[in-house]
Design a protein around this ligand. Sequence first.
Ligand SMILES: Cc1cc2nc3c(=O)[nH]c(=O)nc-3n(C[C@H](O)[C@H](O)[C@H](O)COP(=O)(O)OP(=O)(O)OC[C@H]3O[C@@H](n4cnc5c(N)ncnc54)[C@H](O)[C@@H]3O)c2cc1C
Length: 437
Amino acid sequence: MSSLNAPFFSHDAVNTPYWWDAARPEAAEGDAIAAKTEVAIIGAGFTGLNAALVLARAGKQVTVYEADAPGWGASSRNGGLLGPGWAFFDTGMHYNESVARRVVEESFLSLEHVKDVVAKEEIDCDLNFVGYFKGAMTPRIYDGLGRYLDRLQKAMDCDAYLVPRSEQHAEIGTDLYHGGIVMPGYAGIHPGKYVKGLAEAARRLGVQIHSNARVSDLKPKAGEYTFKVRGRDVTARQVLIAANGYSGSLLPHLKRRIIPVGSGIIATEPLPPEVMDRLMPKRRMLAGSQRVVTYYRPSPDGTRVVFGGRVLDMSGKPKVDTANAAYIRSLMLKVFPELETTKISHYWHGQLGFTFDHLPHVEQIDGIHFSGGYNGTGVARASWLGSRVAHQMLGNDMGKTVYSELKFNSRPFFNGKPWFLPLAVWYYGMLDRWDQR
Ligand SMILES: Cc1cc2nc3c(=O)[nH]c(=O)nc-3n(C[C@H](O)[C@H](O)[C@H](O)COP(=O)(O)OP(=O)(O)OC[C@H]3O[C@@H](n4cnc5c(N)ncnc54)[C@H](O)[C@@H]3O)c2cc1C
């Protein structure tokens, strides 16, 4: 952690997630790596820990290997927005309507899964179903949202509804948008507390979670799998890779299919209640309609604005972090110009795992299980698919998921380095500007 320096930062601003103030990932120390385990899970985020819970409950001996501390990855760095995946309908339609329906159905099951696991494991993580508002950047986009809603309502029951610009201030204190769409089933969660609670629950069930335990040299050997951790050779009967956007170096197959993409978030200092009441009157989860995504929300205690967007660079140097934070702050000021003099108390970033078909994938590579590629919407889906892949490892029917049936393709000239991202961001940014002309 280093402190951040720019006039818009508070004097004690830090480059760690706001969520870490309440739930910092902590590395366990002094644990020895055993030479054998029944099930090895690589990565202690939503995917790995949800899988660990299912496997441990089924009586398996489970060891989780985490390169840093449990929850260190995207799972303690995200915005904590989770909702019914109406938006995934169009993505699923790239295949066909049956896939699109199942993708939406599974998104509802994902939400239910999070609700259940939070209740069952008694995780105190501010899970609140507050709904979501997405603002249209132009009147044409607002009309497009209406057509999208018609399409959805023809295909399935859908309780989303449009809010015209004249009524927008009941949803959000901005004049930036030309109306928008409300999705009532959306929730917000404190991701740091959620992932910490998952790790505690897994430990209670006897799961061994190693910190500072980066896995390398993973390969199949004589019906089992071998790998190295802290210089030690380990053998496991089954392996799950649950490293999502950080999977790159584990297997060449994944390196060619998971596109690591950086995303950053800022949090403001606490704001007076009357300001929060004006900016976020319903304390909903929020987003703009731009292709280059912006998403935001109130902190769970309703006192701060937490605002996310793309990063310019992920090197994590104070100067770069300051530039990233300045850029995201500029996006926030477009929505809420009155925050011009509000200080930023936290800036952080993390790595998303994108795929070329914009959908997650659950599959086996030489018998090694994998679930990932949540495309920036993994709070519910990583939790759900972590539990599904665990059922697959147990040979249960409950492991069935549409995400195991879709072909997981790469593209020519991609080998883990997303060289095309600046081009894609420029292109989509240009389309956004064209929309707003
Ligand atoms: C800034 C940001 C904002 C986001 N906002 C949202 C949001 O609002 N809503 C939403 O639904 N999703 C959001 N996401 C996406 C969501 O956080 C992820 O999809 C989800 O957390 C993925 O969980 P995971 O367990 O698969 O991966 P991660 O949480 O990334 O965990 C992977 C872990 O694997 C470990 N690892 C990697 N390699 C190795 C190795 N070789 N050996 C051992 N361990 C290894 C890493 O250290 C890491 O801790 C956001 C992500 C980011 C970064």
